[in-house]
Design a protein around this ligand. Structure first.
Ligand SMILES: Cc1ncc(COP(=O)(O)O)c(C=O)c1O
Length: 462
């Protein structure tokens, strides 16, 4: 019979029992469909009143851990999905209207149930006061340690002393660019890049310099040339699941980039925000050039973007100025959010939620392959987005407008092109953030028809 351990728990007994139920769910000792002991049996086992157990079970129902069936007992609920009103509240994921393939957000899963559980356990945490204080001296060590453990999975030897917490990767990039460069500096980057970095550079007075790409992303030959032909001492790049092209660098390519950076004394800002999606991938560039790489990531794509928890692994010589830039831009990320992420990393919830993102991405990728066939060039089965080269009879902007008229929103290569480069005739489709697979299929079928319609027209013209 399941029986909670109440040692070390303070506060009312019924809350401790409800909390223990949540903990058993997290560690797997209670799983979906399990029946909790009859209230009378548990009261006898724990030596407490029947009324206390009844209150505990009612509290566990309120927290969404279990459901009671009159006369049949109390059972552990399925992990997801929660009732519609608690799901996705506040996330801009309309359930009707145009299908939106523009946003590279993770799929909506059962993170809300995990959050409900964690918020419940937080009520009795001993360090609550510290979450209400400024933490500018480097933050709570446990949070950096959890970050080090999480990114350690990627093959990085992450010392928690060099982990700087940020409000997500976007903030990590902003703080890293501020720490590594000065106004007027040139920053090398792939010829197409994460669009907000173009805006960050423009606002900070840094100049982006486009470096040509091939199927693996940043080209080493082009990087070598750019280093000799410019004054740049910083490189921003996206080696895993590059946006928009989906390119992922091989290990050899990462070693080459690290070697070039060393030869030309470049500081690398490595954006690994999609790095937790592929179950297997080469180690980050930071592994090959740790002394010069600011490795930027977050929990946004693998767990939940609303947590706004990011980690930057910084080399010794840059960690002081990076911390100063975090202080300057926001004093510090809220410790409460880092606490939630840390608990999820420590208790295995993070691994489970990340797994869900992987399998949902994989499913949606296979739907795209089925509907769009060989037009899908993404070799990484767990990415959120697709990159489609258009046939010559379609100009990307005309395709975007035609898709929008038929109820599908997408982005063209133009959005990502760095000034000075020529965008290819291509579009990006993000499949992950739409609410249902049915809507994704509907949107993909519209895109496939658009390709075919114009193929017929082209035949006529010829
Ligand atoms: C390539 C890339 N880098 C960074 C970010 C920012 O992520 P976060 O939500 O953690 O700020 C995103 C978000 O879409 C992204 O696509």
């Amino acid at each position: 019979m399941w029986c909670p351990t109440l040692n070390g728990k303070s506060g009312p007994k019924y809350l401790s029992i409800a909390e223990a139920i949540g903990e058993s769910l997290a560690d797997g000792s209670l799983s979906e469909g399990c029946r909790l002991p009859a209230q009378r049996d548990l009261a006898y086992e724990l030596g407490i009143s029947l009324n206390t157990v009844s209150r505990a079970y009612a509290e566990a129902v309120r927290r969404g851990f279990v459901h009671g069936e009159v006369g049949r007992g109390t059972y552990v609920r399925a992990a997801g999905p929660l009732p519609a009103h608690t799901q996705r509240a506040g996330m801009q994921r309309p359930a009707d209207g145009p299908v939106d393939f523009t946003l590279n957000l993770p799929a909506a899963g059962d993170g809300a149930a995990a959050l409900a559980h964690t918020l419940g356990t937080l009520r009795s945490a001993s360090a609550l006061e510290s979450f209400l204080d400024y933490q500018t001296g480097g933050g709570i060590a446990r949070h950096a340690a959890a970050g080090a453990r999480w990114i350690g999975q990627l093959g990085l030897d992450a010392d928690e002393g060099n982990i700087v917490l940020t409000n997500g990767a976007q903030h990590g990039l902003l703080a890293s660019i501020m720490a590594a460069t000065r106004p007027g500096d040139v920053v090398l980057t792939e010829s197409m890049t994460y669009a907000p970095v173009k805006a960050i550079a423009a606002h900070l007075g840094r100049k982006l310099f486009p470096v040509a790409m091939d199927e693996e992303g940043l080209s080493p030959e082009a990087l070598e040339l750019a280093c000799t032909g410019s004054s740049a001492r910083t490189l921003y790049c996206l080696p895993t699941l590059h946006t928009p092209t989906t390119a992922t660098m091989s290990e050899g390519r990462r070693r080459d980039i690290a070697a070039i950076a060393r030869r030309h004394d470049l500081t690398i800002i490595e954006d690994d925000v999609f790095g937790f999606l592929p179950p297997e991938r080469p180690p980050p560039i930071a592994h090959f050039a740790p002394e010069r790489t600011l490795f930027v990531t977050s929990v946004s794509k693998c767990l939940a973007p609303g947590l706004r928890v990011g980690y930057v692994l910084a080399p010794e010589r840059l960690s002081g100025s990076l911390r100063a830039m975090v202080n300057l831009s926001c004093w510090m990320p809220p410790p409460l959010m880092a606490e939630i992420a840390s608990r999820w990393i420590e208790d295995g919830t993070a691994r489970r939620l990340n797994e869900f993102q992987r399998s949902e991405a994989q499913h949606r990728q296979s739907m795209a392959r089925r509907i769009l066939g060989a037009r899908c060039r993404n070799n990484e089965p767990c990415g959120f987005h697709e990159w489609l080269l258009l046939p010559p009879y379609w100009r990307a902007d005309a395709f975007r407008r035609a898709a929008e008229e038929r109820g599908v929103k997408l982005l063209t290569a133009e959005t990502f092109a760095v000034e000075g480069s020529t965008p290819p005739n291509a579009i990006r489709l993000c499949l992950s953030h739409e609410t249902t697979r049915e809507r994704v299929v509907h949107g993909l079928e519209i895109i496939a028809r658009l390709f075919d319609e114009e193929t017929d027209m082209a035949d006529l013209v010829v």
